[in-house]
Design a protein around this ligand. Structure first.
Ligand code: HEC
Length: 159
């Protein structure tokens, strides 16, 4: 074996080891901002209700944002692999409600809950983060784009 080949093999092996370590740590958990250009801006303090539910553009932006920020723990296409809770369960009951006003108020509750946990994260009893907070990189528009994607997936999976 030529010395050059040995170094190449070693480099490749090291890459595989580092890559696996990263995957073991739930993949890339560095928060990625979302490009929400084209969405109606959300006025700060305008409430905790998703203004984009059903908006195709928001769903597409949210889908991309979900893939880059949440899928590593909550699963590809929002199908939980058991590492983190099933996000399709959060608003599932609401979509099954027949009365529109009841459904609306149910969805509002899930919006507020989703926004709070996504921005602030969630700690275990010992104060260790299990769910990272995204406040430093997510705008209100980003949170609602991802919630729109989750809602659309919830409807899709319960048809
Ligand atoms: C590093 C892994 C990880 C990443 C990345 C992550 N989460 Fe979580 N998430 C968790 C864990 C673990 C929990 C459960 C926390 C607990 O209950 O203590 C959780 C809980 C939640 C909950 C509450 C669910 C429930 O049923 O109560 C929501 C909502 C949520 N995450 C949204 C998101 C969103 C949106 C993203 C991406 C922007 C994201 N998470 C990224 C690990 C992660």
């Amino acid at each position: 074996m030529k010395p050059g080949t040995r170094w190449q093999t070693l480099g490749c092996g090291l890459f595989i080891v580092l890559f696996s370590l990263k995957a073991l740590a739930h993949g890339d958990v560095t928060p990625h901002p979302l490009d929400t250009t084209g969405l109606q801006p959300v006025a700060p303090g305008s409430g905790y209700v998703n203004p984009y539910r059903g908006n195709t553009k928001a769903i597409a932006i949210g889908s991309d944002g979900y893939l880059h920020n949440c899928a590593g723990c909550h699963g590809l296409n929002a199908i939980s692999g058991g590492v983190a809770p099933d996000l399709l369960a959060v608003a599932k009951d609401c979509f099954g409600m027949k009365a529109k006003d009841q459904q609306e108020s149910c969805l509002k509750d899930t919006d507020e809950y989703f926004r709070d946990i996504t921005l602030n994260g969630k700690k275990t009893g010992e104060g260790r983060y299990t769910m990272p907070g995204y406040r430093s990189v997510f705008t209100e528009e980003a949170v609602w784009a991802i919630k729109s994607y989750i809602d659309a997936r919830t409807v899709e999976m319960n048809r």
